[in-house]
Design a protein around this ligand. Structure first.
Ligand code: GDP
Ligand code: MN
Length: 361
């Protein structure tokens, strides 16, 4: 489970990593009085479980005269479809430089993996694409209770030495909190010292009870619907809707879209034995996503019957083009039903994905 920024920052603070002075405000609270304890110049930050809040309008600058309005405005808005129930009002710090630091798990070596770059502030995927040699990475033997000095020196690569202790402290957080990810982006230097300006911690779901954490996340309307229907559903930000059965086939579809130059809008696994009603729900769910211009349905008929799937697609009748690849039980019946209603059914996954990518262009 991903902790919200203010929760992650409380943990960092406890571990001795400096964070800006801040106060959490909910609807109806007196933001002005709260901000007075923090400073005159502040940053108001939406506490929502989405990445890139800055670009999405979730991080706003304010001063004592505008902080109430700014907080109220954020508290009555949604950031990327997620309602804002709380904002963090923080002292505005004078950032000199933004660094990136994260610890995650490297599955191939079975060890914690530390990433550090002096090109922080932007998403790490962006740095990996445009300037990969700027990222330093090092695994730490999982039985070591501290990050060795030579690893810290290698990671810093000439960056200020005062960042070194932060690396080791974040490593303590990562270990003690059963984290899958502990990330500080940006980790900043200021005239007043080093600060974690943003923080993200993902706790292993299998450790929630041990960590005394209860699920707190706000689902979007679509996520709630998907949960009701028992779909495995993850929203992404592309334009090609994806429906598959089985996590492997669905994931392969998402990957192939990316390989062929398209952008998947989601991951949706309808599960085994999907009937017409479930398929219709799934297709309608994707049809309701604003960014979706085409939907690919990639199903393998085993217990799932292709004619049921076809009936579900036809019943849903969404406005977007639906491209279908069905194979297996009652394939011919499914095909003739779809043909009759003017749907494109392709024989292979590669053809179907290529067609969807073409439409999305
Ligand atoms: P994210 O967009 O969700 O990752 O939110 P961040 O907390 O990382 O904030 C985005 C950007 O806002 C940072 O990279 C900073 O450039 C800027 N920012 C956040 N807090 C401060 C602050 O206190 N002072 C200044 N000058 N900039 C800030
Ligand atoms: Mn950030």
């Amino acid at each position: 489970m991903k902790l919200l920024e203010y929760e992650a920052k409380e943990i960092l603070k406890e571990a001795g990593i400096p964070v800006p002075k801040g106060i959490l405000i909910r609807a109806g609270d007196d933001a002005c009085a709260g901000a007075a304890q923090v400073g005159d110049l502040v940053v108001v930050k939406a506490q929502v479980d989405v990445g890139g809040r800055g670009k999405a309008g979730g991080i706003l600058m304010a001063d004592s005269s505008t902080v109430q309005d700014t907080a109220d405005r954020l508290l009555s808005s949604c950031i990327k479809d997620v309602p804002v129930h709380a904002v963090l009002i923080e002292e505005r710090i004078a950032i000199e430089h933004e660094y990136y630091l994260s610890i995650s798990i490297d599955r191939s070596s079975g060890s914690p993996l530390i990433l550090f770059t002096a090109s922080g502030g932007v998403e790490i995927e962006e740095v990996a694409r445009t300037n990969p040699e700027a990222i330093r990475r090092s695994t730490v033997h999982p039985l070591l209770s501290d990050v060795p000095g030579y690893t810290i020196r290698y990671l810093l690569n000439g960056a200020p030495k005062e960042l070194g202790p932060v690396i080791n402290r974040l490593y303590q957080v990562f270990r003690s909190r059963d984290a899958l990810l502990a990330e500080i982006n940006p980790l900043v230097t200021t005239p007043a010292g080093v600060y974690a300006a943003d923080a993200k911690i993902i706790v292993d779901d299998n450790a929630l009870a041990r960590q005394g954490i209860s699920e707190n996340r706000d689902l979007t309307d679509r996520e709630r619907k998907a949960e009701e229907h028992g779909f495995s559903f993850v929203e992404l930000d592309g334009s090609i809707g994806v429906i598959g059965n089985g996590a492997g086939l669905t994931m392969a579809t998402v990957d192939l879209i990316t390989v062929l130059g398209g952008r998947p809008a989601n991951f949706l696994d309808v599960g085994g034995g999907a009937d017409r009603v479930r398929v219709a729900h799934a297709v309608r769910l994707l049809g309701s996503m604003p960014g979706v211009s085409v939907i690919i349905v990639n199903l393998l008929g085993g217990i799932t019957r292709c004619d049921e799937v076809a009936a579900g697609i036809i019943e849903a009748g969404v406005s977007q083009q639906v491209i279908v690849r069905l194979a297996g039980t009652n394939e011919e019946e499914g095909r003739s039903m779809l043909n009759k209603h003017g749907y494109r059914m392709l024989d292979t996954m590669e053809e179907a994905v290529a067609a969807a990518v073409e439409v999305a262009r």
